[in-house]
Write a protein that binds this ligand. Structure first.
Ligand SMILES: Nc1nc2c(ncn2[C@@H]2O[C@H](COP(=O)(O)OP(=O)(O)OP(=O)(O)O)[C@@H](O)[C@H]2O)c(=O)[nH]1
Ligand SMILES: [Mg+2]
Length: 283
């Protein structure tokens, strides 16, 4: 990863999020086709919710995007949401780094828009697409609660369904009350992913946002805090790993028991453990 890092320059990450079944995979498939026509190599990382039954990634996305998976110039990888050392977004970031270094400069990440992990992933993308579908009143509520802030472009997919104007109006109302610090006004694009309608327009909206990011100062304004956050995450993970490597499980159990018996308070225990691991100075 260290060696690949410089070669990963120029990778442009497109995050796609939305409720289960909103049409994300279908849309990603179509968008990848648009990029293939422009002769761009496309890397796709689909973050599958971990199945409670198999404990692994559901293969649904790969099956749905099967038509693409045999296409040269397209690489598809599914990742499960749980059990990733150092967190899911770290694992996704690493995968994107490898893909970008291998020349896949258009990178698409699909995640279901629930949970902090997903929000983190989409946040680190260069551009974030939030998918909505008509006729889901609750959907917009959920959006309001979490992912409203992260959408650079809102896609109303399944525009062939009833209720299109209603959801668009609701979305416009919501967008009119939030003003972004960077001055960007999120665009709204209508698509029918199954028929490939609106996908060219979506690609153009993405290009416009990319141009906006290219205006002096903007990219840095957005990317710098994210780079900092990424560093902090990696440090946090590394420090925790180092720390736990120095504290035997049995000792943790023993301290937990003494805490439970009110023999020792947790504040003192934490100080002891940090001191023992050499991460705190004796006072
Ligand atoms: N009518 C209509 N159906 C669509 C459209 N886009 C996708 N679908 C259908 O919606 C269903 C779900 O599509 P997916 O692309 O699998 O949705 P997803 O958001 O990736 O689903 P998860 O990954 O399971 O969260 C499929 O049956 C698609 O064929 C659309 O624009 N119009
Ligand atoms: Mg999907």
């Amino acid at each position: 990863l260290k060696m690949l890092f410089p070669a990963a320059e120029g990778g442009f990450v497109i995050g796609v999020t939305g409720s289960p079944g909103a049409g994300k995979s279908t849309l990603v498939d179509q968008l990848a086709r648009v990029y293939r026509r422009q002769d761009e190599k496309v890397g796709i990382v689909a973050v599958d919710p971990t199945s409670p039954f198999s404990g692994g990634a559901i293969l649904g996305d790969r099956i749905r995007m099967q038509s693409l998976s045999t296409e040269p110039g397209v690489f598809i990888r599914s990742m499960a949401t749980r059990g990733k050392m150092g967190g899911l977004s770290a694992a996704v970031n690493d995968a994107l780094l490898v893909l970008a270094a291998a020349g896949y400069k258009k990178l698409i990440v699909e995640t279901v828009g629930v949970g902090q992990d997903e929000v983190d992933i989409v946040k680190t993308a260069h551009v974030s697409l939030v998918l909505l579908v008509p006729g889901m009143g609750d959907d917009i509520q959920a959006i309001k609660a979490g992912i409203m802030e992260i959408g650079d472009i809102f896609v109303i997919n399944k525009a062939d369904h009833a209720g299109l104007n209603r959801i668009e109006q609701e979305l416009k109302n919501l967008l009119s009350i939030v003003s972004r610090p960077d001055g960007w006004t999120p665009e709204i694009v209508r698509t029918v992913a199954t028929r490939g309608e609106g996908i060219e327009q979506l690609a153009q909206a993405i290009d416009r946002y990319r141009e906006f990011l290219g205006t002096p100062g903007k990219e840095e304004e957005r990317r710098l805090p994210l780079a900092r956050e990424r560093l902090m995450d990696m440090l946090r993970e590394r420090i925790a790993r180092e720390l736990f490597a120095r504290i035997p499980e049995s000792e943790l159990d023993e301290y937990a028991r003494r805490m439970m018996d009110r023999e020792l308070d947790p504040y003192t225990i934490v100080e002891h453990l940090l001191l023992r691991a050499g991460l705190e100075e004796r006072r």
